[in-house]
Design a protein around this ligand. Structure first.
Ligand code: ASP
Length: 323
């Protein structure tokens, strides 16, 4: 009998958590961990648990996923999400969604009901209609305000900066609002799963796809390794295939905490874009967990059989060293 399983870890995004949303973020990740853990306790599988946890954060305006998503450069919302089952290595992913209430639910439908893994845009939304998924306007007043402020700043400093995301990030440190959500879980059958959902970085060029819906970059799960969900500047996670990289480290015997820290060290060593904000959560089939980031904050929570309440935090292990 393994006393560490079932277990769940969730995140509500790396980056800089501004004061006005901290309390709500902490509450949101705590609730999400508890909701996912309830599913696991009722003998639900890890996949259902990560889906439920992410759905609860998609309903919470504090996070940049579902309602509360960041705006694109032209003031629209384009949400994306993915999830993966470590038992079967099946996955579902979606993107360019304007008003689907729960993008992660649509990713699950793509996984369960189609022959594909990744469907975006209008056809994805059509599929959502076929399966009766609800729609909702994801734009909130707070995100509209952030967008207006950032856009005004960007216009003052010339739009030419948009030619290179890294150049833009250097000159506008608060350019990106990083509050993507994610979850990793292991069930009592030792099956792992991962899920991630986001509005993407704010002021992204319409049509831009980040790491969150990309299997291996933002989301990965394999019962032979573990599970990982990443958050931060998506382009960095894509370049390093970060979620899969973290799982590979667990495959060669590293504990999830060690793997999480080593993955961030790798980011620090290989990527010199500034700001280079990344964070991730990980867990293995034995219920050991990990979380690390190089950003000022990572809003996250976990729940294990030893805890009667989920433990939410604004920071995990901050890693500044290089691999
Ligand atoms: N990784 C997400 C993206 O680049 C942003 C985030 O983690 O908040 O789209």
């Amino acid at each position: 009998m393994n006393s560490r399983i079932p277990a769940i870890v969730v995140h509500g995004g790396a980056g800089e958590w501004r004061k006005e949303r901290r309390e709500q973020g902490i509450r949101g990740v705590k609730d999400a961990a508890q909701i996912g853990f309830e599913v696991l306790k009722r003998d639900g599988n890890a996949l259902d648990a990560v889906e439920s946890a992410v759905m609860s954060m998609e309903d919470d305006e504090a996070f940049n996923a579902g309602v509360g998503s960041s705006f694109t450069l032209d003031g629209a919302v384009e949400m994306e999400a993915s999830l993966m089952d470590g038992r079967t290595l099946t996955a579902g992913a979606t993107g360019l969604l304007r008003n689907i209430k729960h993008p992660i639910r649509l990713a699950r439908i793509i996984m369960d009901k189609t022959d594909h893994i990744f469907i975006v845009g209008r056809s994805a939304e059509k599929l959502a209609d076929i399966f009766g998924l609800e729609r909702r306007d994801p734009q909130t007043t707070l995100r509209a305000q952030y967008w207006k402020n950032l856009k005004a700043k960007l216009q003052r400093q010339s739009l030419a900066h948009l030619q290179r995301l890294s150049a833009l990030l250097k000159s506008n440190p608060d350019f990106s609002t990083l509050d993507t959500v994610g979850a990793v879980a292991v069930d009592s059958g030792k099956n792992v799963a991962a899920a991630t959902s986001t509005g993407g970085i704010s002021l992204k060029i319409p049509g831009r796809i980040g790491d969150s819906p990309l299997i291996g970059c933002g989301t990965y799960a394999d019962n032979e390794e573990g599970a990982c969900s990443t958050t931060g500047i998506g382009e960095i996670a894509i370049r390093l295939v970060l979620a899969k990289n973290t799982c590979n480290l667990m495959r060669i015997g590293q504990k999830p905490q060690e793997a999480a820290e080593n993955s961030i060290k790798e980011v620090n060593r290989r990527i010199d874009d500034a700001p280079n904000h990344m964070g991730l959560i990980a867990l293995d089939p034995n219920g050991r967990i990990g979380a690390a980031h190089n950003s000022p904050h990572l809003c996250w929570a976990y729940m294990t059989p030893q805890k009667s309440n989920a433990k939410p935090m604004l920071k995990a292990r901050i890693v500044k060293e290089k691999a």
